[in-house]
Design a protein around this ligand. Structure first.
Ligand code: 13P
Ligand code: SF4
Length: 328
């Protein structure tokens, strides 16, 4: 281990102990960040951990909505996001109330007729058009959007969440691909928002064809934020931790990985006898790579950056998260 990394690790571990802090890291974080984390997981696992962990400080190595969810679930703890600019572009594609002008010209919105709504609406507009229809909010949303929603979901449980509701129609925000995937797997009607994750949206059927030609024995695991044309031909569609479980349990030895490159670290570490190939070499989320050992150390030293949610938003947002966490 290079001496600078060793020294940063040492300082972080010492301060972490002094402050009764824990580090939560998403599966897409840098290798060295995952390595120092107390817990690494997918969005659902991280929410469950944030809600129950015993500590005074949570350092969230992830993106803003994740730290915000932790602050909603654990208001008595200090929640730190080491890089305040680590946002999720998809979460910014929907606003609870005030529309954002620039979304109108955001490249990539389909504004397709039918299921998908044009991006210039707010969540409140859509709710007004469908009175009584519950909103299922992906955790990749702001606290304000969660507060306007009936229940949250993650990529690991969206179908289960929709099936659990006593309604035949739901509004699903903000990821169109995840929503269309859910529609494929439920008889209920899913009204989808027009958002997307730029990392997963770029993958095409052609990429799958090329990867399979190069690695004919490999199974394809795809994240449900990928386009439906990709999901339809994948061997397994699941969240990031779902991929870890699938690869471990499978007797197969080779896998093509259809998600952000950060997941490779745990896949390779936890499966030394197996081989993993990225579906595309550019599946990289810059926001997820912002957090470094240096910024984690700074967070612990200087309390940067405290994420707190005002009570009037936190209470209804927590209800939506609690409804999801109550489903087993
Ligand atoms: P999961 O780890 O929950 O599958 O989330 C993927 C993601 O894109 C988080 O930003
Ligand atoms: Fe958002 Fe996609 Fe990055 Fe996850 S990978 S934080 S969904 S932009």
């Amino acid at each position: 281990m290079p001496p600078d990394i060793a020294s940063l690790r040492e300082q972080i571990l010492e301060l972490k102990g002094k402050r009764r802090a824990i580090i939560l890291a998403h599966n897409y974080q840098r290798d060295e960040v995952q390595e120092i984390a107390d817990f690494t997981g997918d969005s659902l696992e991280l929410s469950r951990t944030a809600a129950t962990i015993d500590c005074e400080v949570i350092v969230f190595a992830g993106v803003h909505f994740m730290a915000e969810s932790a602050s909603i679930l654990s208001p008595d703890k200090t929640v730190l996001l080491p890089e305040i600019d680590a946002g999720c572009p998809m979460a910014d594609m929907i606003r609870a109330n005030s529309p954002r002008q620039e979304r109108r010209s955001f490249p990539g919105f389909k504004n397709a007729p039918g299921l998908l709504y044009p991006a210039e609406f707010t969540l409140r507009d859509i709710k007004a058009e469908h009175p009584g229809v519950p909103v299922v909010a992906y955790v990749n949303t702001t606290a304000e959007v969660k507060a306007e929603s009936y229940i949250c979901c993650t990529s690991a449980n969206i179908v289960q969440v929709i099936e659990s509701l006593p309604f035949d129609t739901v509004i699903s925000v903000p990821d169109r691909n995840l929503s269309l995937w859910a529609q494929r797997n439920t008889k209920k009607k899913v009204i989808a928002w027009d958002g997307f994750c730029h990392v997963h949206e770029r993958v095409t059927r052609e990429d799958v064809k090329n990867a399979r030609a190069e690695h004919p024995r490999a199974l394809l695991m795809a994240h449900p934020e990928c386009r439906l044309e990709v999901l339809e031909i994948a061997d397994h569609v699941t969240s990031t931790s779902g991929m870890l479980r699938y690869a471990k349990a499978s007797p197969e030895k080779e896998f093509i990985v259809g998600t952000e490159l950060g997941l490779m670290y745990r896949l390779r570490k936890e499966n030394p006898g197996k081989t993993f190939y990225p579906l595309r070499k550019d599946m990289l989320c810059p926001s997820m790579k912002k957090t470094t050992l240096g910024s984690i150390l700074r967070a612990l030293k200087k309390n940067t950056y405290i994420v707190r949610t005002p009570e009037e938003v936190r209470i209804p947002a927590k209800l939506a998260l609690d409804r999801m966490l109550g489903i087993r």
